[in-house]
Design a binder for this molecule. Structure first.
Ligand SMILES: [Zn+2]
Ligand SMILES: [Zn+2]
Length: 283
């Protein structure tokens, strides 16, 4: 049975999913075409693929990989080529069928990544560049196998301080269109530290919003928080509301789908939180 067989159409016909991982991401399954078919079935107008690009040479998880034709290759501008070509072919194929397909990428942030990112962005023209903050001091805080090791080094206050400092640096770099899943430390941090970590994070919102606005970097509404059992999106409603009031562009919905049946996940409820695509207002 195809993986999108359980997908139901959204009543809202004009939505876009700007955060999807096809099986070029080693933690995802489902081909670019299977994701596109799911997006059509879900009644989406647009899907943007954002495969992982984790190039931190000091990462304790080791160098990141990309899956190409079933083989695991280290991430590099060359090894990303088949992904770029595949998404572009899908864009040509699906446009006449009523689905806009965009080329994006989720670049894992690390201290000193700017040069590597600039090289990559000089090589390919992406429609959407996401920055994913997944590590603190080179250890993944959002992976089931390493979050305890990561958190054991810090208090809740230190986690949020280190996290927001990276988010501010990423914004100021001006390299990214959007910061992915803000407040991602809540994924395991709520259970590890308790509710206090939310308030600790809030003390850093203002400084981040300033950096986002000055650099023109947006935030996404990432619905994976519901899949992770948080009962909230990333960022949570408090941050989304504060960001809006401050003038930050909260621009896109992203399901962070790692399987075709997760495309447009939770968009029934989340669609009210983002501006609708521009073509809605054209006539
Ligand atoms: Zn991510
Ligand atoms: Zn992602």
């Amino acid at each position: 049975m195809p993986e999108h067989s359980g997908v139901t159409p959204l009543a809202d016909p004009g939505l876009a999913d700007y955060h999807c991982h096809p099986d070029y991401s080693i933690d995802a399954r489902g081909t670019v075409e299977e994701f596109c078919e799911a997006a059509l079935k879900r009644n989406l107008a647009e899907i943007c693929f954002t495969t992982h690009y984790d190039a931190n040479p000091l990462s304790e998880s080791g160098v990141g990989f990309i899956r190409v034709d079933g083989k695991m290759l280290p991430v590099s501008p060359d090894n990303l080529g088949p992904y770029v070509d595949h998404v572009r072919r899908a864009a040509d194929h699906y446009y006449p069928l009523g689905l806009s397909v965009k080329l994006g990428i989720e670049i894992g942030w690390f201290h000193g990544c700017e040069e590597i990112v600039e090289e990559l962005l000089g090589r390919y023209k992406f429609d959407h560049i996401l920055c994913g903050i997944h590590e603190l001091d080179n250890i993944c805080f959002c992976c089931s196998g390493s979050f305890q090791k990561s958190f054991s080094r810090y208090s809740a206050e230190e986690v949020v301080e280190a996290y927001f400092s990276q988010a501010i640096s990423a914004s100021r770099s001006g390299l990214f269109d959007c910061l992915a899943h803000l407040e991602y430390y809540l994924k395991y941090g709520l259970e590890y530290y308790g509710e206090g970590i939310r308030a600790a994070g809030r003390r850093h919102f203002e400084a981040l919003f300033k950096a986002l606005i000055e650099s023109g970097t947006a935030l996404e509404v990432n619905t994976a928080g519901i899949r992770h059992g948080l009962g909230e999106y990333y960022p949570g409603m408090a941050m989304t509301n504060d960001a809006r009031r401050a003038g930050v562009n909260v621009g896109h919905l992203g399901s962070d789908a790692h399987r075709p049946d997760q495309v447009g996940f939770e968009f029934e409820a989340a669609s009210a939180l983002v501006p609708h695509p521009v073509w809605w207002h054209e006539d």
